[in-house]
Design a protein around this ligand. Structure first.
Ligand code: ATP
Length: 199
């Protein structure tokens, strides 16, 4: 299965772009959704987190206590390593399973941290949704109603625009209006279809 990784910084327009690919009948798998699925009650990953951190890692209803885990990771770097060691292989395995089960000519793996988490290895091509950092800040502030400081903290945890672009095979420019996206997506879709059918 040909896998196209789609990434971009916070507020760059990944969801807007992948929704357009979906209108062409392309299956989209979102790494963040998979990361949540693998820690649902009854999943082995949640059990391993419980073994590692005790019952504190669970909320009253038996689901993952995300707020607790976020604080723990923030204050304890060994715990962060441990969580990553539990989560990352499980995410990768489940992503591979879903990517291979997809029934479209090619499949999209959408991941905000595609480059940061080395998920580019799972991809045949990498498509970056690119915006200037100024547009990125403005759209994120408008959408999320967060503070400028929170946006800066998120930006600091992601690779720089240039590092992300260095990993790109293809780039969508999303500095313009949303209406400028459909044509760029349609063109890439044709290109990906011809690659997928020739390999
Ligand atoms: P995140 O990783 O933060 O979830 P994302 O990369 O998926 O973000 P979107 O949610 O698609 O980004 O877009 C961010 C915000 O910007 C949304 O509110 C979206 O409606 C808006 N937006 C996206 N593209 C454009 C555009 N070309 N012009 C104006 N607004 C846009």
């Amino acid at each position: 299965m040909m896998v196209v990784g789609v990434t971009g910084g916070i507020g760059s327009g990944k969801t807007t772009v992948t929704d357009l690919f979906a209108t062409h009948g392309i299956k989209v798998i979102d790494a963040d959704v998979v990361a949540r699925e693998i820690v649902l009650p009854g999943q082995p990953c949640l059990q391993r987190l419980q073994e590692a951190f005790g019952d504190e890692v669970l909320a009253k209803d038996g689901s993952l206590n995300r707020a607790w885990l976020r604080d723990k990771i923030f204050s304890d770097s060994a715990a962060k390593t441990q969580v990553n060691e539990i989560m990352h292989p499980a995410i990768r395995t489940e992503l591979l399973r879903q990517l291979n089960a997809a029934d479209s000519p090619y499949v999209i793996l959408s991941a905000p941290l595609l480059v940061e988490n080395n998920l580019t290895k799972l991809c045949d091509r990498v498509l970056v949704v690119d915006v200037s950092t100024q547009v990125q800040r403005q759209r994120t502030l408008e959408r999320d109603g967060v503070s400028a400081a929170q946006v800066e903290a998120i930006l600091a945890a992601q690779v720089s625009r240039n590092e992300r672009l260095a990993a790109a095979d293809d780039v969508i420019d999303n500095n313009g209006p949303v209406t400028a996206l459909a044509e760029q997506v349609a063109q890439l879709h044709q290109q990906y279809l011809s690659i997928a059918t020739s390999t």
